[in-house]
Design a binder for this molecule. Structure first.
Ligand code: ZN
Length: 191
């Protein structure tokens, strides 16, 4: 795994003039991929050198939202009809840089891949019910990093609107308004 000094994303983060920034928050930046595989293909990265999604903790939510915003901007700015958000955890999954990132692929009508889901790289498998039962048994109670407590706290904070630290506070208030009809416990399940 490359160190921070050799990390291409960290280098680009330090030289923003080398990137076409689409959106930015305190902790994340989204810019156009220089080797795009779609019009408006965007990469979202944390400004800190973070090597795994687990290390992001509750910030994962903010990262996901920055990706969503990039997709929405492709819809309103480029006329995309939709978008796919992809992230790959681990080299085996295709993570090519050890600084976590999400990819946003705007989707357009009339393109060759129209209607093909991003997960289409996986071929259907023939499985018996007993296979699914075995897999389920191994996954259902398997361990994982649980950030749900912190996530809930973030939404409770936003609802209370009692943050006082400038830009961040405005963002959270906005987020609170946007999510005022949203059940935060369901949101945590969704993530
Ligand atoms: Zn880095």
């Amino acid at each position: 795994m490359p160190q921070r000094q050799q990390c291409p994303f960290c280098q680009l983060l330090e030289n923003p003039e080398q990137t076409f920034i689409v959106h930015e928050t305190e902790k994340f930046r989204a810019w156009l991929d220089v080797n795009p595989r779609a019009r408006g293909h965007t990469v979202v990265v944390p400004k800190e050198h973070v090597e795994s999604y687990d290390e992001l903790g509750e910030d994962f939510l903010e990262m996901f939202d920055v990706a969503r915003i990039a997709g929405e901007k492709a819809k309103s700015g480029l006329g995309a009809e939709g978008y796919s958000i992809v992230f790959n955890d681990g080299e085996v999954a295709g993570q090519r840089i050890s600084h976590v990132y999400m990819l946003v692929f705007p989707r357009f009508e009339g393109e060759e891949n129209e209607g093909t889901p991003a997960g289409a790289v996986f071929r259907p498998e023939e499985l018996e019910k007993s296979d699914l039962e075995e897999i389920h048994g191994k996954m259902e109670d398997a361990s994982f990093e649980d950030f749900s407590k912190e996530v809930k706290t973030v939404y409770e904070k936003a609802k209370e609107g009692n943050n006082t630290d400038g830009e961040r506070s405005q963002e959270e208030e906005k987020s609170s308004q946007e999510n005022s009809n949203f059940d935060s416990s369901k949101r945590a399940d969704f993530v």
